[in-house]
Design a binder for this molecule. Sequence first.
Ligand SMILES: Nc1ncnc2c1ncn2[C@@H]1O[C@H](COP(=O)(O)OP(=O)(O)OP(=O)(O)O)[C@@H](O)[C@H]1O
Ligand SMILES: [Mg+2]
Length: 316
Amino acid sequence: MSRIYEALQKAESDRKLDRSELDQVLAEPEPLRPVMVQTAVAEVEEAGPVVAVVEPTREAYEPEIVRTGLTFSNVARYAWTPDVDRLPALQERGPGVEQFRSLRSRIYELRDIKPLKSILISSGLPQEGKSFVAMNLAISLSRHKSSKVLLIDGDMRRYTLHQMLGTEAHPGLADYLSGKATMVEVMQRMAESSEGTKGVVANLANLTFIPGGNGGDKAADLSGNPRFAELVEAVSPYFDWIVVDSSPVLPVSDAVNLARACDGVLLVARSGVTKYPVAQRAQSELKASNILGFVLNAVANPPQVGSYYGYDAETE
Ligand SMILES: Nc1ncnc2c1ncn2[C@@H]1O[C@H](COP(=O)(O)OP(=O)(O)OP(=O)(O)O)[C@@H](O)[C@H]1O
Ligand SMILES: [Mg+2]
């Protein structure tokens, strides 16, 4: 029995919901993929100490120009103001950062089995923590061995990643997909002078970001545009990881469209909130993609990372 099954089942019984619906769904043949890792509720008051900023050299980004003709030297730099309260992965230590290190370890293990670079984050319904997980996973990946990470806000309806970074939302993915901007024009990186909230110097030097832009009513059409697959393919040689946030998969089809261009999909379920049938239907909607597993988000009392997996959490 998977942990997500147990957790979701507990959430159902805690809320004293009608058991008949759950029992009916559990009788269906498709089980949920095992949970990958449980993320704690963010420990706001433990927001991190000052950390060093390591600026990647131009050489690190440019030797691949010959291969695709892209150049990153003119990627816009903005003075980001990262909201450290919503970015536990920026911390040096504490349960928040450990959970994302653990998730990162699981992803590295999966990459050892099968090629994996582009990962779409989705869930069944709004507010389950997709953007929180996408952003913190991207930061955690970028802090490991100076990996270069591209974070894309693929939710062109309710784009929020720019708020977490404290930066502009335009031009963004919607502008690129509608042909109004080039892929390099919608990318941004952190200016050297950036400072996070509470005076924290955020180590985001290895992160490149594409905000959502405003897809509005056209978001579904835009997400089906082949320019997204072209973007992922063209930038892949430059990055170690590409993390794509997305819309909830049950109300709208955008995430299913974007997932076709990605190597894997990570689903989020929110502890005590997401019902088992919702998680199961989300998995079903994305069954054409390579589903990596579930992240059980915002667990009130998560197990110790080391004891849960039987090995100590790694350091950066
Ligand atoms: N583990 C967590 N600890 C603390 N706060 C969290 C956690 N996960 C999510 N939140 C908060 O819950 C709210 C919803 O999270 P988030 O925006 O990531 O959800 P979402 O699934 O992306 O929503 P939407 O479908 O609207 O895009 C946000 O205010 C976020 O900061
Ligand atoms: Mg979101």
